[in-house]
Design a protein around this ligand. Structure first.
Ligand code: ZN
Length: 173
């Protein structure tokens, strides 16, 4: 397993629609391991493949937050939202590709998702709470959408300018 560098917004790869995974290859298994390690290291509760520059429909998440609770790593391949609740939930979201920027985003409070597991089985589950917010945020990444796309243009531009500045500073070392 190894850590992979996380792309920082703005980056054209974060704006693209990702391709379905067609084969559970060794590359995909390695990617899943690397993404989990990278996500826990960050630390973050979710990571989508395009955030590490791989344009495939795959995400990892673990929204267990209680101190001392067992981790619950999840790998979702080709995830699809099949139902959303009318009830919504507001959560202050952040993103590993937009470090240290947070904003309230309104999303359905519960969602049903189907996906392919690394074992080749198809899974379906209803997510609620932080899990529901996280899985929607990560699936958005697979469609080239970021949480700041839900914000008013002025706020979005402000955050984008901060990220451009951050990237210039990082490039200078
Ligand atoms: Zn994100």
């Amino acid at each position: 397993m190894s850590l992979r560098p996380i792309l920082i917004h703005p980056d054209p790869r974060l704006k693209k629609v990702c391709d379905p995974v067609t084969e559970l290859s060794d590359d995909i298994r390695r990617l899943a391991d690397d993404m989990l390690e990278t996500m826990y290291d960050a630390p973050g509760v979710g990571l989508a493949a395009p955030q590490v520059g791989v344009m495939s429909r795959m995400l990892t998440m673990d929204c267990v937050k209680e101190e001392g609770a067992a981790p619950q790593p999840m790998v979702l391949i080709n995830p699809e939202i099949t139902w959303v609740s009318e009830e919504t939930n507001v959560y202050e979201e952040g993103c590993l590709s937009i470090p240290e920027q947070y904003a309230d985003v309104t999303r359905p409070a519960e969602v049903d998702v189907t996906w392919l597991g690394l074992d080749g089985n198809t899974y379906a589950e209803r997510f609620s709470g932080l899990w529901a917010t996280c899985v929607q945020h990560e699936i958005d990444h697979l469609n080239g959408k970021l949480f700041i796309d839900y914000l008013k243009p002025l706020k979005r531009q402000m955050i984008t300018r901060k990220m451009q500045k951050l990237k210039r500073e990082q490039a200078r070392g």
